[in-house]
Design a protein around this ligand. Structure first.
Ligand SMILES: Nc1ncnc2c1ncn2[C@@H]1O[C@H](COP(=O)(O)OP(=O)(O)O)[C@@H](O)[C@H]1O
Ligand SMILES: [Mg+2]
Length: 268
């Protein structure tokens, strides 16, 4: 069983001069930032700034026209999404909320990529395969506990409140045992209590698993509380970076948010 909790710190994730163009539109324009091992790095900016596009580049769904992304010494930019995932980069999606199966089913789907026993061995219930399944189930249960879903492990996802369902997505990404976790608006649509629980879970992940986390989030309270570093995008350009306090006072940032969502406020 892979247990990365005791492993070395995650490698540096370096985004260098990344440009992405969609017919006539530059979604990312020479964007650079570095995610320090074990830190929470927030990526913020108004709608359409290029945050999700950046995640698509990091996870291999989108190939940039220029620039590189490296994890440790390995260039990710030309790798297929499953290869990037195998290197320890897992993501959640902005708009996906699971509705099928139990929490356990969903987490075991996440474990699938790590399963060594082949289909035949599992189907034949060979002792090694049975043991492996049991270990995966135990780890899935631990991850459920860590993300505040422990009490719902055997519940159908469809019966859970929205906030718990959205956190299943986070737990499933964690089941890949990532070293770098990309969270695209993990509290979007949640009420205040759900946001608080998710924030607590993210804080614990960082403390207990030592992951690097890249966080796209509109909830500035959450960003200010959780992030070590903040990169601000506007129309595909990086307009500011620094600590949360530095960024919230940056005149460029205030200008970019003026008339949209002012930093310091919650914006859905
Ligand atoms: N697949 C695509 N095809 C064309 N335009 C896209 C595509 N994906 C994103 N865009 C555009 O790129 C810009 C950045 O989008 P996105 O990365 O989703 O922003 P954010 O996540 O910061 O709100 C937007 O103008 C969006 O409309
Ligand atoms: Mg987005």
């Amino acid at each position: 069983m892979t247990d990365r909790t005791a492993a070395a710190p995650p490698p540096v994730l370096d985004v260098r001069d990344v440009t992405v163009r969609f017919a006539g539109l530059t979604a990312l324009d020479g964007v650079s930032f570095t995610v320090t091992p074990g830190s929470v790095h927030a990526l913020i900016g108004p709608n359409g700034a290029g945050k999700s596009t950046c995640f698509n580049v990091l996870s291999g769904l989108c190939r940039p026209a220029a620039g590189t992304v490296t994890l440790g010494g390995t260039e990710l930019t030309r790798l297929a999404p499953h290869r990037i995932a195998a290197l320890g980069v897992a993501r959640t999606f902005q708009n996906i909320v699971t509705t099928h199966g139990t929490v356990a089913d969903n987490l075991m789907l996440g474990r699938h990529a790590l399963t060594r026993a082949g289909f035949a061995a599992t189907a034949l219930r060979l002792p090694s395969a049975v043991r492996e399944q049991r270990e995966h189930l135990e780890r899935a249960r631990e991850i459920a506990e860590l993300t505040g879903l422990g009490a719902h492990f055997d519940s159908p996802v469809a019966l859970l409140p929205y906030g718990d369902r959205k956190r299943v997505e986070l737990a499933r990404a964690l089941c890949l045992e990532p070293r770098v976790l990309l969270l695209d608006e993990p509290v979007a649509g949640m009420n205040a209590a759900e946001r608080a629980r998710t924030a607590e879970a993210v804080g614990e992940l960082r403390a207990e698993l030592g992951l690097s986390i890249v966080l796209v989030e509109h909830d500035m309270g959450l960003v200010m509380r959780l992030a070590d570093d903040v990169t601000v995008l506007d129309f595909g350009r990086r307009i500011a970076h620094g600590t949360p306090d530095e960024v919230r006072q940056d005149p460029e940032v205030l200008r970019a948010y003026l008339g949209t969502d002012a930093p310091g406020e919650d914006a859905a």
